[in-house]
Design a protein around this ligand. Structure first.
Ligand code: PBG
Length: 331
């Protein structure tokens, strides 16, 4: 045992200057670690700011391509595209999700042609498409597991066929990773990557996102607690991850991020799998609001991403991706 004793040991020696701090830093954030989630609308008239998410907008196709172009210039190489489906296209079974030329599918097709080297991530879940706002189909107000899985398998194949580099099941049905992997493999998509929202908690931090895609109104106060994880549990998160890995997940994700650092850390330690964290809408809005009101310095945003990386995430989905990429470049 080394005798770590003051005054021979002084930890402040390695904090004297930025250069030495940078040399001994254990974690860094670069634009390689950032994934930018974005909202796509079908027409210009549906475009505009998301009130509950400062600085975040819903864009129609051409505007979104311009935004993506700008983010690529700042070094972002991965985007998660969420559709905001007009209410007249939503129904009980979310059938628009399986329409082969829906506006998300068309967008992804163009995206993969324009940017073959950029990663596009598409959620596999029905909630943007259902009139009740749930991630699956319902019978007597219960979200049906196996019947939903079948639709998710089909949805994943459509997204992969359209050119999505990664499909990301965010629905939390049991067994969906296996069903989706088999469906992809049976349809010549064996190289499509599955990013599993493996430990997704039934969190109130998703509020602003539901606002952005309109599912908040559709949900009308209903909760997702019968399929998303109980926020009080952590052993269960490891169980979820183990199952998803066995079923074929290539990357596992924990969501939300900052309130769940303990889960990220345990998952990384136990599975040593590629592990992502999602800094969700509520976390983003909380920090952005505090920054814009002058309550906190803008550096808290980067600090929050560093903390996710330190906990064990290899990459982070964050609405602040572009802003952080710029900040890092200017440093
Ligand atoms: C849909 C989905 C949600 C988010 C990502 N995919 C919302 C939900 O589960 O209700 C949340 C993202 C965020 O809050 O930023 N399955």
């Amino acid at each position: 045992m080394i005798n770590r004793k003051y005054p021979s040991t002084r930890l402040r020696r390695l904090r004297q200057s930025k250069t030495i701090r940078d040399l001994v830093a254990e974690n860094t954030v670069s634009s390689n670690d950032l994934i930018e989630p974005m909202f796509l609308v079908n027409s210009k008239s549906d475009a505009g700011p998301v009130n509950s998410m400062p600085g975040v907008e819903r864009f129609e196709k051409d505007q979104l391509f311009r935004e993506i172009e700008e983010s690529i210039k700042h070094g972002i190489k991965a985007f998660a595209i969420f559709p905001v489906v007009p209410s007249d296209l939503k129904d009980e079974s979310g059938s628009y999700a399986l329409s082969a030329d829906n506006f998300l599918i068309n967008f992804l097709r163009e995206f993969s042609e324009r940017y073959p080297d950029v990663i596009s991530i598409a959620d596999v879940a029905l909630d943007p498409y259902t009139s009740h706002g749930h991630d699956g189909i319902l019978a007597n107000d219960i979200v049906l597991n196996d019947e939903t899985n079948e639709l998710l398998g089909k949805q994943a194949v459509l997204l992969a066929d359209a050119g999505a580099s990664i499909v990301a099941p965010s629905d939390m049905m049991d067994g969906r990773i296996g069903v989706i992997r088999s469906a992809l493999d049976a349809n010549k998509n064996k190289d499509t990557i599955i990013l599993s929202y493996a430990a997704k908690f039934a969190s109130s931090f998703y509020g602003p996102f539901r606002d952005a895609v309109g599912s908040k109104t559709n949900l009308a106060g209903a909760s997702k607690k019968t399929y998303q994880m109980d926020v009080r549990n952590s052993d269960e998160a490891l169980h979820e991850v183990a199952i998803d890995v066995d079923e074929g997940a290539d990357i596992v994700m924990i969501k939300p991020g900052m309130p769940y650092l303990d889960i990220i850390s345990k998952v990384k330690e136990k599975f040593q799998m590629p592990t992502f964290a999602y800094q969700v809408s509520g976390e983003y809005s909380m920090l952005s609001n505090a920054i814009s009101q002058g309550l906190l310095d803008k550096s808290v945003m980067l600090e929050s991403i560093v903390s996710l990386k330190r906990a064990g995430s290899d990459a982070v989905l964050t609405y602040a991706a572009k802003q952080i990429a710029k900040e890092i470049k200017d440093e």
